[in-house]
Ligand binder design. Structure first.
Ligand code: CO
Length: 429
């Protein structure tokens, strides 16, 4: 297996939540010598160098800075850190028929059926008061099978294969354990886990949490010729990983930037989502004056990388017949003239030319005219900032399943294309 594939599998397996993805990326950037900037502090005049800023522990902007934004602009890659999943409700535990169950809210457009009959772990961020009354947060990851959503047996529902639908409220609570006298104390469970993972931290009271269930099966290379990657969260951690790897590889690129936003799967409207002010705030601080920012944006290009639907061999009629993205045949340029994607002919040309110059394959997709089109952070960021944008992504199958499928070769092609973007000479859009 190639080193880059191995690294991607490791990242996917060990990033069960956006918080963990950002923590892992932060470690990689720290190791490469990036400096962390904090939004509550004065940045002064930034020296040339490599930096990153985090917001909400779940979004990040990482960049190499060479100054002169008014003429150099920014070459930007955007991707999202979140994936559809089941998130634990505040009053987490309910008892039914002598079983304690975890109550879950559906986050984003989850393909629900694949969540049944899996060994589920639990991970996320917990906020607490320490022994001195200070409010703090930390990450937790129960990376052991502690929950399970059992299917109803076929004998108790003979029409299951033709007619079963899933009720989100009643069918999804995950079985945790048998209850004899007392149901388990969820706060106590969290305290014990924090102690296990963080040792010395003293937790007085649990005050809040954002936790999600996840499949414990690690990411894997599959297929007769080992040509596919099977994993949760390929949408869109694959793009996050490729963007960061490209930024690390494009060492002296002028004003290269990777923007990783949380909350894309629920519409991007949050302090750390693409519709929030995070990117604008950072660009404003880098540019200083509004007029400099506006000139910088005209010299900038955003490549919004989010996985695309590859043509499914069993459901080919769901795809536009003349536009059939194939796995392992390169990233897909997404086009929708109704502006569900931000690509226009000029940004399409720019990305196509990057692929051409680097001898990389590239494909194009539009949806069937009689079907609706998804969207992503590209049009949201383009609308918010007025930055020229092209929406692209590697083709995959089973999007929003608990286990998705992508092509092994596409990861490297995407990374190389993004390195090509970072090395592209600034031009006016
Ligand atoms: Co996505």
């Amino acid at each position: 297996m190639k080193k880059s594939t191995k690294e991607l599998l490791h990242f996917l397996t060990h990033s069960p939540t956006p918080f963990h993805a950002i923590a892992n990326i932060q470690s990689a950037l720290d190791a490469a010598g990036f400096k962390q900037l904090h939004e509550d502090q004065d940045w002064g005049t930034l020296a040339k160098g490599r930096y990153y800023v985090c917001r909400n522990d779940s979004s990040m902007i990482a960049f190499s800075w060479s100054g002169n934004p008014q003429t150099q602009g920014f070459r930007m890659v955007g991707a999202h850190t979140d994936s559809p999943c089941l998130k634990v409700k505040p009053n987490a535990i309910s008892v039914s028929q002598g079983y304690a169950r975890l109550a879950c809210e559906v986050y984003g457009g989850v393909l629900l059926a694949p969540w049944f009959d899996r060994d589920l772990g639990l991970a996320g961020r917990v906020s607490y008061a320490d022994s001195k009354g200070k409010l703090k947060s930390c990450l937790v990851n129960f990376d052991r099978p502690l929950a399970f959503i059992p299917s109803l047996a076929i004998h108790l529902d003979r029409e299951v294969n033709d007619k079963r639908s899933i009720n989100k409220q009643t069918d999804l609570p995950a079985v945790l354990c048998k209850v004899d006298k007392q149901s388990p104390d969820f706060d106590a469970l969290l305290k014990a886990q924090i102690k296990r993972e963080h040792g010395r931290i003293s937790v007085n009271r649990i005050l809040g949490f954002e936790l999600c269930l996840y499949d414990l099966q690690p990411a894997a290379v599959v297929g007769l010729e080992e040509e596919f990657i099977a994993s949760a969260r390929l949408d869109n951690l694959l793009s996050c990983h490729a963007g960061i790897e490209a930024l690390l590889a494009a060492k002296n690129a002028a004003n290269a930037m990777v923007v990783l936003n949380d909350h894309e799967e629920v519409g991007s409207a949050s302090t750390s989502g693409a519709e929030g002010p995070f990117l604008q705030n950072v660009l404003t601080r880098l540019c200083g004056e509004e007029a400099v920012l506006q000139r910088a944006l005209r010299h900038s290009l955003l490549v919004s990388a989010d996985n695309a639907h590859g043509v499914h061999p069993n459901f080919a009629d769901r795809h536009e017949p003349a536009h059939r993205p194939m796995m392992n045949e390169g990233p897909v340029i997404k086009i929708n003239h109704n502006q569900r994607y931000a690509t226009n002919s000029e940004t399409e040309a720019a990305f196509r030319e990057i692929c051409h110059q680097n001898k990389l394959p590239v494909q194009t997709v539009v949806v069937r005219t009689d079907m609706g089109c998804g969207s992503t952070i590209g049009p949201i960021t383009a609308t918010r900032l007025g930055v020229a944008t092209v929406d692209i992504g590697v083709p995959q199958l089973g999007m929003h399943s608990i286990r998705e499928l992508a092509g092994v070769a596409d990861q490297d092609v995407l990374r190389k294309a993004l390195v090509g973007l970072f090395k592209m000479a600034p031009r006016v859009f």
